[in-house]
Design a protein around this ligand. Sequence first.
Ligand SMILES: NC(=O)c1ccc[n+]([C@@H]2O[C@H](COP(=O)([O-])OP(=O)(O)OC[C@H]3O[C@@H](n4cnc5c(N)ncnc54)[C@H](OP(=O)(O)O)[C@@H]3O)[C@@H](O)[C@H]2O)c1
Length: 297
Amino acid sequence: MILVVGATGDLGGRVARQLRLEGQDVRCLVRQRSDDTGLRELGMEVVRGDLTEPASLKAACQGVDTVIATATAIGRRLAGTSPATIRAVDEQGMSSLVDVAEAAGVRRFVYMSFAGADEVIGTPLDRAKLAIERRLTSSAMQTVIVRSDAFQEVHLAPMARFDMAAGKAAVIGKGDTKRRWVATDDVAALLSAVALEPDPPVLIEVGGPESLTKNEAIAFAEELIHHKMKVRHMPRPIARLAIRLLNRRNDALSSLFGAGLLGDLREATWDDKPLRQRGINPKPARDFLREQARELT
Ligand SMILES: NC(=O)c1ccc[n+]([C@@H]2O[C@H](COP(=O)([O-])OP(=O)(O)OC[C@H]3O[C@@H](n4cnc5c(N)ncnc54)[C@H](OP(=O)(O)O)[C@@H]3O)[C@@H](O)[C@H]2O)c1
């Protein structure tokens, strides 16, 4: 039995569906009020629970061989639909899940982190990811930490102020650091693969096939939409200040700025090898932008 924690989310949903379509027994931990229809329709078992309620995690972990944890509060916090903080969910809640999984005899724990997580920017999400990575490496369970570069569907999209329809983009820092934006589907395929393969590595850092700066991505988008985009720049010192000021008042926005700043500071030393080695043919960032441009017409 594989337990997916975060299956009502974008990445977690793709992972759960893929494993189910491969014939795996999949159980999902789903919050009380979240819609589980799609998961049940595919024959997945649903256990109601919440990372912030440790007692609810026991039943979810019972009889489980592998846990895949993709849950995060950041998206729900940005949307204003979660009162629980990143610290409460991503750090304390995830730590409870590791404890409960260990006690329940779970063999393997696959944890979704982000590439460059060891570069400390000091956001609530950084702290949570590093704390859980540390906790897992001292765990008795076989651990697989997947650190991926930013998702194309999030960071080359309006949510992260890369808006081809509106002709607007935001750049944190200089925008000339090489990135490897990766397709969410490719990361989902990777997580599904490492949940099942016999001897996965403890740490995987991964990105998409193309090495591209934010400025290059904007220039390419401009070619596709046949006009200049209005680009707003946030210098690195301002981003650092905003991150610090927002830390307590808006943990999600602070973490989002942190992800943007990290992408400007840390050149991708990872690549798409972990995907190709597993037979995944990763989508280049330019192909994603082409698709977005086609949808506009
Ligand atoms: N976006 C990127 O560029 C990027 C890059 C690298 C790594 N990552 C990592 O990839 C993952 C993103 O996953 P995603 O796209 O599936 O996120 P998502 O769409 O925002 O979904 C978040 C999931 O977490 C669940 N969740 C939130 N609070 C919870 C709680 N208290 N208890 C239990 N579950 C809770 C949500 O459940 P509800 O539906 O009930 O709210 C949902 O299933 C995260 O771990 C993120 O850090 C993202």
